[in-house]
Design a protein around this ligand. Structure first.
Ligand SMILES: [Zn+2]
Length: 100
């Protein structure tokens, strides 16, 4: 990228200093946030492992159904799926094809 020819040397230097300052600020921000992001990731991994050990998440990290015939409104895996009335959890069986 070239700079427009109609700026002064002083303006060019000012732009370069401003750009260097912005780059340094972004680098400092990333350096400050990296340990936070790493700690957050480690906590999420521990939480996911604990939920898998408790049988609430499967090996893919997805919620496990309560079980066939349980109340779908209480099932985290059924949440948002809008199962047909009477709102029973299908369990971990393959979902039915939608009715026409
Ligand atoms: Zn369910």
């Amino acid at each position: 990228m070239s700079l427009p020819a109609d700026i002064t040397d002083e303006q060019r230097d000012q732009l370069l200093r401003a750009s260097a300052g912005l780059t340094a600020a972004v680098q400092a921000y990333i350096a400050a946030m990296l340990p936070v992001a790493q700690a957050w990731t480690a906590q999420l991994r521990k939480l996911s492992a604990a939920l898998q050990a408790a049988g609430l998440l499967d090996e893919r990290g997805w919620p496990v159904h309560l079980g066939e015939g349980e109340n779908a409104e209480d099932c985290i895996a059924c949440r948002g799926t809008n199962p047909p009335y009477p709102f029973l959890c299908p369990g971990n069986a393959e979902p039915e094809e939608p009715r026409p």
